[in-house]
Design a protein. Structure first.
Lengths: 137, 154
């Protein structure tokens, strides 16, 4: 493929994604989406306040979600093992648009990678939450 | 009412244009930063290919990479991605001539575990138990690669 084509593809991934992120911020779309995943996230062991940083990180990356979490944690809204569970989920699965598009641009079947990461993170975090006793609170 | 709606419309439009402009500016900045990583990595790998060291490293990793159905050279992309980031890994992997199946297995390993220097630091700042998270990411990336290679008929 060569360097110039790769750079072109990266440009076509990064720029629209940053525009998408700004649009999500401007219209508070992550806020609205938290309601959609509240139930499944709750079943996995996430508390209400953990869901926004989790979703922000899964969609736009560990730096973005982590940044939100650090703010919430400093404000005392997310504590202890909840921070670990968010970090663990995001470690295994984050930046789903960006990463998947990079892999597709390299010739991979993106949906296989995406589905595997989502399922893996969901299983591992559910197990960890159960182990830590975070599920029945 | 009509006036009210038109004000709403133009407000939504203005917000949209503003976020598009900000996003484009930031995206272009990020792209320049990433180019500053990808171009040197690509040039370095292209130079390495001219030497015997490239084949030597490929041969060195071949016995390990076989478990993932990957060529030995794929280890260079995986190590680069694990330490630096996915864009650097892409600059290494782009000219390795792998099959769709192989690129997908490599992508899964890299998808689960990448940018460990930067992301472990972020998890540390999150008080998210960075050593456990990073260890689990590496372990599950290898398990994931093994499973996908076994489950996917070649």
């Amino acid at each position: 493929m060569g360097l110039s084509l790769l750079l072109l593809r990266v440009f076509l991934i990064v720029v629209p994604l940053m525009i998408l992120l700004e649009i999500f911020r401007e219209y508070r779309i992550i806020d609205r989406l938290t309601a959609v995943i509240r139930r499944p996230a709750g079943i996995m062991g996430f508390r209400r306040d953990s869901i926004y940083p989790l979703l922000a990180g899964v969609l736009f990356g560990i730096s973005y979600g982590g940044g939100v979490l650090i703010g919430e944690s400093d404000a005392g809204r997310i504590k202890g093992d909840q921070r670990f569970l968010v970090a663990l989920y995001l470690g295994l699965c984050h930046a789903v648009f960006e990463d998947t598009l990079i892999f597709i641009s390299l010739g991979a079947i993106g949906v296989v990678v995406l589905a595997f990461r989502l399922i893996l993170a969901t299983i591992v975090v559910s197990g960890m939450a159960l182990f830590l006793g975070e599920r029945n609170q | 009412m009509k006036i009210h709606y038109s004000i709403e419309d133009s407000d939504i439009e203005r917000k949209f244009v503003r976020s598009a402009k900000t996003g484009f500016r930031r995206g272009a900045g990020v792209f320049l930063q990433l180019s500053g990583i990808m171009i040197p990595v690509y040039v370095l790998v292209a130079g390495l290919k001219q030497t015997a060291l490239f084949d030597y490293l490929g041969g060195l990793f071949q016995p390990l990479m076989r478990y993932f159905g990957l060529p030995g050279e794929a280890a260079l992309a995986i190590v680069t991605g694990t330490v630096v980031n996915l864009y650097a890994a892409a600059a290494v992997a782009v000219d390795l001539h792998m099959s769709v199946r192989q690129v997908t297995v490599m992508a899964l390993i890299l998808g689960i575990s990448h940018s460990q220097v930067m992301e472990t630091a972020i998890v540390g700042k999150m008080h998210g138990r960075p050593i456990i998270v990073t260890t689990l990411r590496i372990v599950f990336s290898l398990i994931g690669g093994l499973i996908l290679n076994l489950a996917w008929p070649s």
